[in-house]
Ligand binder design. Structure first.
Ligand SMILES: Cc1cc2nc3c(=O)[nH]c(=O)nc-3n(C[C@H](O)[C@H](O)[C@H](O)COP(=O)(O)O)c2cc1C
Length: 250
């Protein structure tokens, strides 16, 4: 079974690529309804998620901490990231261990485009496509390891251990919805409200309003807005919008 969280498509792309080979059940983590996920000795359980602030999105942490999982089989994490994978393995292991008393058998990653456009520029389509092309080698190598049920830590581009300890404080500051703004070009289509994984957006008088102090800060609202009317602070306008061109997203 594959459980994935992906708001701009990179992680979904990897999950789909594996699923095309294995024909496993694929579950969007946001559709998880609390049922027990039973994985037999012969099966695999893969959690696919993006790296956020060297760790994981709130929604993924909550899933790892509370999902009902009965896994007797091979259990692994697959993280996509843009520049540094941080301490994603330690953090994922800590949350899973707290919940079901075991760690992941294996940890994998793939370096893809960095959707954190308050810092990184994804406005050049050729550059974006080149990054995704380069990612294929890493994705395919790790898919092969998963098929062979290889055990171990295959993460690269990690940061020092202290990042694991400061991760939540950093993420909490960065994920304040007060950093987001809506420009006058907004046409009030409501797509951002519909797709927000944190349910942090409500349409009021035809415009999105952020109704929670924090959200996952996936930037899905910014990247998928048809008029590019949502911004994070002041740099994102120049850094373009991005969704992985090889997957369908809501
Ligand atoms: C809030 C936020 C924080 C991020 N933090 C990191 C990070 O610490 N290191 C990194 O390499 N990439 C980081 N990224 C980039 C994503 O991990 C990367 O683009 C990922 O492939 C996006 O996955 P998705 O398209 O499936 O949502 C961050 C992105 C967001 C939105």
């Amino acid at each position: 079974m594959i459980v994935y969280y992906s708001q701009t498509g990179n992680t979904k792309y990897v999950a789909n690529k594996l699923a095309a080979k294995t024909k496993e059940r694929v579950l969007n983590l946001l559709d998880y309804s609390g049922e027990e996920l039973v994985v037999s000795k012969e099966e695999r359980l893969g959690i696919f998620a993006p790296v956020y602030c060297g760790g994981l999105p709130y929604s993924v942490l909550a899933f790892l901490e509370t999902a009902k999982i009965k896994c007797e089989g091979y259990c692994y994490l697959f993280a996509t990231y843009g520049n540094v994978s941080g301490r994603v393995g330690d953090i994922a292991n800590t949350y899973l261990q707290k919940n079901i008393g075991r760690k992941f058998d294996a940890l994998f990653c793939a370096k893809m485009t960095d959707t954190w456009t308050p810092m990184f520029d994804l406005s050049n389509r050729e550059e974006v496509l080149a990054i995704l092309k380069n990612a294929e080698l890493m994705i395919d190598g790790n898919i092969e390891r998963i098929l062979q049920k290889k055990q171990g830590d295959f993460l690269v581009d990690k940061t020092l251990g202290f990042v694991g300890k400061t991760f939540l404080a950093v993420y909490n500051g960065l994920s304040k919805t007060a950093h987001l703004s809506v420009e006058n070009t907004c046409v009030g289509c409501g797509l951002c409200e519909k797709n927000c994984p944190s349910k942090a957006i409500r349409m009021k008088d035809g415009k999105p309003v952020f109704v929670k102090e924090n959200c996952d800060m996936c930037l899905g609202c910014l990247h998928k807005c048809p008029t590019f009317s949502i911004q994070y602070k002041n740099k994102t306008k120049h850094h373009g919008q991005y969704v992985n061109p090889y997957v369908d997203l809501p």
